[in-house]
Ligand binder design. Structure first.
Ligand code: ADP
Length: 423
């Protein structure tokens, strides 16, 4: 069957979130990790999501990686393309959302594209172009302290205009309430004014469904995972999509572990919760920088504890601790040291028998999964909105849950192991 939707995601947890959204809406979806090898054989599917670790790279590098992924998808002849970023629009003034979208618009010969990070189920909404996290503006939320991409402006129009030489327009809530035809008219009007970045308000899932319908003919769509909710319906029936049930996934047995490199508020709560009743080991970037073999220490610690109960290895810390580490080591260096260490730990944990692994943090998941050498994932049952169990395609045979920093209930790490991957 022809590939209907080709997606490029700027981090691994986000890619899983998008793939899960598509699966729930009836599309057979495969997630590939990193720009795939040309000769990689992919199971028959309706949508492919290529997960990159490009969110925090230099903009030129992110553009190169994204275009390589896009190229691979174009060779497969996808009918529509999607660029996925975080529901909190994680980026800096240098990029990477604007530059990557611009490059994809150019390659695909599109006149414009849309931007919509909204994910109402997880309380991310866009109103009058401002992004809200729960009841707070993005700039008042915990995202202002993110270790790599602190978000201090909630106006998506302003954020995007700082990242690109093109002006941005907005399709407001009131227009979206009037339905898909009104939205398409707004697209046409804005496009005639030469605007090629159109930000979309969205407060409810109904808005996302309307927008999905309105975007049926766009070559490129950009957004969080929510924006993809309305797309599968466009392909149904004569569009080539037979909406079907989720494929059953293999049962995976073996030891269980959680690796957490996210410092988001939700993850801080999840780490605190798990530490109450489970063995936990803290990874400290300053100790790594001093030359201590922290990965080795974590593994020696883990070896004696692996068994029935999941163990936790985490670098998760609050804003003060992160700030202190960054002051000593630099923001990027601190992050890179932690990522490298957790990657090493993950690889060894699998060697010594861990088969079900939760990784918290987008960048962290990218580092861990790359270190494991997993090339692709099938998508299973959702544990919490946006976080499904996934199963590696090929060796090593693993069940993985890649959790975006701010997703999941406080007991996420513990409850995840009590559900299996199938619905
Ligand atoms: P999230 O999904 O919450 O954004 P990420 O994994 O994408 O999480 O980003 C967290 C970043 O913070 C990673 O680069 C990680 O290595 C870094 N980090 C983790 N722990 C610490 C720490 N204790 N001090 C400084 N940086 C850290």
């Amino acid at each position: 069957m022809a590939l209907l939707l080709g997606c490029v995601a700027d981090d691994f947890t986000g890619a899983t979130d998008l793939a899960s959204t598509l699966v729930k809406a009836g599309m057979r979806t495969v997630q590939l990790l990193g720009v795939p090898r040309r000769e990689l054989v992919v199971p028959d599917c309706d949508a492919i999501v290529i997960a990159l670790k490009s969110r925090s790279n230099a903009a030129e590098e992110a553009v190169m990686m994204s275009l390589a992924a896009l190229d691979w998808l174009r060779e497969k002849g996808a009918r529509q393309y999607y660029f996925k970023y975080c529901s909190t629009f994680d980026s800096t003034d240098k990029g990477n959302i604007g530059p990557v979208a611009d490059a994809m618009i150019d390659v695909l010969g599109a006149d414009f594209t849309v931007f919509n990070p909204a994910f109402p189920t997880n309380k991310r909404t866009v109103f009058k172009g401002h992004l809200f996290v729960g009841d707070e503006l993005l700039s008042d939320s915990g995202m202002r302290n993110h270790p790599l991409t602190p978000m201090t402006d909630s106006s998506l129009v302003r954020v995007l205009e700082r990242q690109s030489r093109f002006k941005s327009g907005l399709v407001e809530f009131a227009t979206i309430e009037r339905g898909a035809a009104a939205v398409r008219e707004a697209f046409e009007r804005l496009s005639k004014q030469g605007i090629r970045h159109i930000i979309l308000d969205s407060v409810t899932d109904e808005h996302l469904i309307t927008l999905g319908e309105a975007c049926a003919d766009l070559k490129l769509i950009t957004g969080g995972s929510g924006m993809a909710m309305g797309l599968p319906a466009n392909f149904a029936g004569s569009g080539g999509l037979e909406i079907g049930d989720m494929q059953p996934l293999p049962a995976v047995t073996g030891s269980t572990a959680v690796l957490s490199g996210s410092c988001s508020l939700a993850t801080q709560g999840q780490v605190d919760y798990m530490r109450q009743n489970h063995d936990a080991f803290q990874v400290d970037p300053v100790a790594i920088a001093k030359g201590r073999d922290v990965a080795g220490e974590a593994l020696d610690w883990a070896r004696t504890r692996l068994g029935e109960k999941p163990i936790l290895i985490y670098s998760t810390a609050d804003a003060n601790q992160v700030g202190a580490a960054q002051e000593q080591l630099g923001r990027e260096h601190a992050g890179a040291l932690v990522e490298e260490t957790l990657g090493k730990v993950a690889k060894e944990l699998v060697t010594i028998g861990v088969r079900r692994l939760i990784v918290a943090g987008g960048e962290t998941a990218g580092a861990v999964v790359s270190s494991l050498g997993v090339e692709g994932l099938n998508i299973g049952r959702e544990i919490d909105p946006g976080v499904p169990w996934t199963f590696s395609i090929g060796e090593p045979n693993l069940a993985l849950a890649l959790k975006s920093g701010n997703f999941g209930t406080p007991d996420f790490f513990v409850k995840a192991f009590s559900v299996d991957g199938n619905t």
